[in-house]
Design a protein around this ligand. Structure first.
Ligand SMILES: Cc1ncc(COP(=O)(O)O)c(C=O)c1O
Ligand SMILES: N[C@@H](CCCC[NH3+])C(=O)O
Length: 415
């Protein structure tokens, strides 16, 4: 559920008609609802009840400073995968002591900066990262808190490009090799082993893979206790799916109660790294129909947003609902492919959608809050769209439209 609804015949974000945002900031434009963001965050925070827990929002899903700031004000933690994301969290007012750092390829400068600001935990994914982290922590005279991200080898039953917990994936450390790796970590003088981490994939629509993963993680924690290594927290990663069309993913409360059954009798703190489930349905991409054209086979609606703005349909063949901002009853509905102006056959936002539209109409691509703007690019020298946060009746511009001059601001003419 979210706060994007039809009222008086037109689509609104909270109390604001999307048409008013288009008039003020033009299209394409990303629009986020603060109330939805907050409600989704609280759903995770409340799900584990009295058990100690920390929601570490996955910054990669949407790293707009205003989004991070809204969540930081709720007391959120953050899951980052680069020093760039760390700087964003700090700039947005996030607490470094609630930051966990994931990722397979952390550079020295990234580890150093994260140690300097005192993050909560390094989710180590490569054995060599332990030695590198130990050395840098020693140089800085601090102890580095670590979890190993284990790969539990469970099938997340999601798109192969976003499944991460299988043996053939590059992520994490084989759960069978983890015990040795933990013994190595525990012997390094500048590391403090604090937890176990796993993340099995994204857009999961069932709880079973999470349960399988937790069962394996719990068994590992037991083995580690036998080895004299005490585990304080279990980080179950992110991955809870959202409704794009006809999926019925579990609610955060269902997810938490399934995991809580397995956790009964233990006192581990639970960390979570949800991204999509917090921000996905808190955002839409607003776009305008530039042209309608037809050939003998197809009708096309050519819009002013493209794969550089929202790459999920092109990259994963992902389905995202497309709605007219003001449904028309004066033109007949037809089946359209909704395509952008980019010179790629894969540049589409939706295929075979039945819509009653005219040139100049506004469309809203739903579920665009996650992996929308954060995966955007300048391909075809297209400026990045603005981003707007709606808060009740208030419209806040939280990212300006890039200018044409911005496009080549960092480039240097030779000689
Ligand atoms: C380590 C890690 N944590 C959290 C997430 C967030 O995942 P999602 O947006 O599916 O919740 C991801 C992305 O899949 C990830 O790789
Ligand atoms: N970018 C992906 C999810 C990847 C998750 C990152 N670990 C998507 O849009 O669905």
């Amino acid at each position: 559920m979210d706060h994007f609804e039809y009222r008086d015949g037109e689509l609104h974000a909270e109390s604001v008609p999307l048409r008013a945002i288009a008039e003020r900031f033009g299209t394409p434009c990303y629009i986020y609802s603060r109330a939805t963001l907050e409600r989704h965050w609280w759903a995770f925070d409340r799900a584990f009840g009295e058990r100690p827990h920390l929601v570490c929002y996955a910054v990669k899903a949407n790293s707009n400073l205003a989004v991070l700031n809204v969540l930081a004000k709720l007391g959120s933690g953050f899951d980052i995968v680069s020093v760039g994301e760390l700087e964003r969290v700090l700039a947005a007012g996030g607490d470094p002591a609630k930051v966990v750092f994931s990722g397979v390829g952390k550079r020295e400068d990234e580890l150093r900066r994260a140690l300097q600001v005192g993050i909560r935990c390094f989710n180590v994914e490569v054995p060599g990262e332990l030695d590198r982290l130990d050395r840098i922590a020693g140089e800085l005279g601090v102890k580095a808190p670590v979890s190993l991200r284990v790969n539990p080898d469970v099938d997340a039953k999601t798109h192969p490009y976003i499944s991460t917990g299988l043996k053939e994936n590059k992520f994490g450390i084989d759960i069978d090799a983890a015990r040795d790796c933990y013994r190595h970590a525990a012997g390094l003088p500048n590391l403090a082993v604090v937890g176990i981490d796993c993340h099995i994939g994204s857009q999961l629509t069932e709880v079973e893979p999470f349960i399988d993963a937790l069962a394996r993680v719990l068994k590992l924690a037991e083995h580690l206790r036998e080895d004299g290594i005490a585990i304080h927290h279990l980080d179950m990663g992110g991955g809870l799916g959202i409704r794009y069309s006809d999926e019925f993913p579990p609610e955060p409360s269902d997810y938490a109660s399934a995991l809580s059954e397995l956790l009964a009798g233990t006192d581990y703190e639970i960390l979570m790294e949800p991204g999509r489930a917090i921000v996905g349905n808190a955002g839409v991409l607003l776009t305008k129909v530039e042209y309608l054209k037809s050939n003998r086979l197809k009708n096309f609606a050519i819009v002013d947003a493209a794969m550089n703005d929202l790459i999920r349909p092109a990259l994963y063949d992902a389905y995202q609902t497309i709605l007219p901002v003001k449904p028309s009853d004066t033109v007949p509905a037809q089946v359209y492919d909704i395509v952008g102006p980019v010179c790629e056959t894969g540049d589409f936002l939706g295929k075979e959608r039945e819509l009653a539209i005219r040139e100049g109409d506004l469309l809203a691509v739903r579920s665009a809050g996650a992996y929308g703007s954060s995966m955007g690019s300048n391909y075809n020298s297209r400026p990045r769209p603005p981003e707007v946060l709606v808060d009740g009746e208030q419209i806040l511009l939280v990212r300006q439209r890039e200018t044409l001059a911005d496009l080549f601001r960092d480039e240097i003419l030779p000689g």
